[in-house]
Design a protein around this ligand. Structure first.
Ligand SMILES: [Zn+2]
Ligand SMILES: [Zn+2]
Length: 84
């Protein structure tokens, strides 16, 4: 399990507070920031826990289908939101 990115930004861990930044993979995300500049597209989206689900581009295959990586900034859930 990775904890710190090469540039020193931590990956998500429990207990992060508003204003903290974390990485899902490459982009930096701000906890509690509805306008998070590191997020893909319409993200972040609200999580059922009251936190925000941040999303980042994952990868794409030869057909051009792509997927995203998700992390809630409060509960740490990495599953795809139901309304996505
Ligand atoms: Zn974000
Ligand atoms: Zn959550």
């Amino acid at each position: 399990m990775r904890e710190i990115a090469p540039d020193g930004t931590p990956f998500w861990k429990e207990g992060m507070a508003n204003g903290d930044t974390f990485k899902i993979d490459i982009s930096e995300h701000a906890v509690g920031d509805k306008e998070c500049s590191g997020c893909w597209g319409e993200y972040p989206k609200p999580c059922s826990c009251g936190g925000l689900i941040h999303a980042e581009f994952g990868d794409e295959n030869a057909d051009g289908d792509y997927w995203l990586m998700y992390t809630c900034d409060k509960c740490g859930d990495t599953s795809q939101p139901e309304d996505a």
